[in-house]
Ligand binder design. Structure first.
Ligand SMILES: C[S@@+](CC[C@H](N)C(=O)[O-])C[C@H]1O[C@@H](n2cnc3c(N)ncnc32)[C@H](O)[C@@H]1O
Length: 347
């Protein structure tokens, strides 16, 4: 069934659906965006930090090697959530060639829902002589080994519900206008007292963008780290201070679009509420190792030195390109500030 028909059938069944149900049908149903498409890259819908420069994955790789040498030293899981085209894990493995012990001890798990991307990841990693790499569609790892879990632009894929306050709190829903054959928003006042209680923290900004599925997923990984021991690094678009506007955005071929366009063929994402993730980590007794923006994290881990090494003996054009990539990853007007890095651990 086409996504449009699937959404209409759900609306028929329920009367209307909330924004997160609409997003989940577009992203994760059989014909959904994240199930079938290859969205990443210059010729597709968007580009991510690992795709911009090898420096990004190399810095993260070095960070993991140092963490492993200090805290694990033995057999362990390296788990990436949503590896996309596999560039980040490839850069990490290539960097890890500097530490044979690390590579001999690693069990790699890639958690990926998208079959087209799994195929790409398999092709890409087939050149590397590492122990077995495991693919899972969900986070279902059963062993007890200490683990390094990480993600880049993963938690912004989770769907959100939209609430707004006009004296009273309302939730936005989506309905179908049968005569005009279009989807349209409508809102409903909230009377559920538990929900009203959870909205109280948003009273001063008068909007709330809430992702229960993101929170549940993050909590699942926190519980896993608590049980297995290890570290959990999350990099994403996001904020700690609540925004005054909804952050939900839809992108098709690098251009902003409307939620109701290109159903199942466009990227839908929402900024991550890091304050909430930190709360979840605290509730699960994980240590907050650090929270910073991408710029401070990368520079703190030696990005500047890595850039200079890469530029050494390169001609002007290559050297300039490395400089521009560095700028893109770190400058406040590009990815340096809007992207945040949260590191939690249990040792
Ligand atoms: C925005 S892309 C980022 C890809 C990669 N991490 C990068 O930085 O280039 C999101 C990735 O997460 C995957 N993904 C999204 N939601 C997922 C879920 N719930 N479970 C597993 N994979 C998911 C997508 O298929 C895609 O590989």
């Amino acid at each position: 069934m086409k996504i449009r028909d699937l959404i209409i059938s759900q609306i028929k069944k329920k009367g209307k659906i909330d924004v997160s149900e609409f997003i989940d049908l577009c992203q994760f149903s059989n014909k959904g965006y994240y199930i079938n498409n290859d969205p990443i890259g210059q010729n597709n819908d968007f580009i991510t930090s690992p795709e911009i420069s090898q420096m990004f994955g190399e810095i993260i790789g070095m960070f993991f090697i140092n963490f492993w040498k200090k805290n694990i030293k033995g057999d362990f899981n390296l788990i990436e959530l949503g590896p996309g085209t596999g560039t980040l894990i490839e850069d990490i493995i290539r960097t890890a060639k500097l530490s044979k012990d690390f590579l001999n001890s690693v069990n790699i798990f890639l958690i990926e829902k998208n079959d087209a991307l799994i195929k790409k990841q398999k092709e890409r990693l087939s050149n590397y002589n590492v122990k077995k790499i495991n693919w899972f569609k969900d986070f279902e790892i059963r062993n007890d080994k200490p683990s390094i879990v990480y993600s880049n632009e993963f938690f912004d894929c989770f769907s959100v519900r939209h609430f707004f306050k006009k004296n009273k709190w309302y939730e936005k829903f989506i309905n179908y206008n049968y005569s005009q054959k279009i989807f349209q928003f409508e809102s409903e006042e909230i009377n559920n007292s538990k929900l009203l209680q959870s909205l109280a923290k948003y009273n001063h900004v008068e909007i709330a963008e809430i992702s229960n599925s993101r929170k549940n997923y993050y909590e699942k990984v926190c519980k896993f780290i608590k049980k297995n021991k290890g570290i959990f690094l999350t990099i994403d678009y996001g904020y700690k201070v609540l925004p005054k506007n909804f952050s939900l955005q839809t992108i098709f071929r690098h251009k902003k679009t409307h939620l109701f366009e290109n159903l199942g063929n466009q990227d839908i994402s929402a900024h991550v509420d890091f304050d909430e993730l930190i709360k979840v980590a605290n509730e699960n007794n994980l240590k907050i190792e650090s929270f910073s923006n991408q710029k401070d994290f990368l520079l703190g881990c030696g990005l500047n030195d890595r850039k200079k090494k890469l530029q050494k003996n390169k001609d002007e054009i290559v050297s300039k390109k490395i400089e521009l990539d560095y700028e893109r990853l770190t400058s406040k007007s590009q990815m340096g500030d809007i992207f945040k890095v949260l590191i939690t651990s249990c040792l």
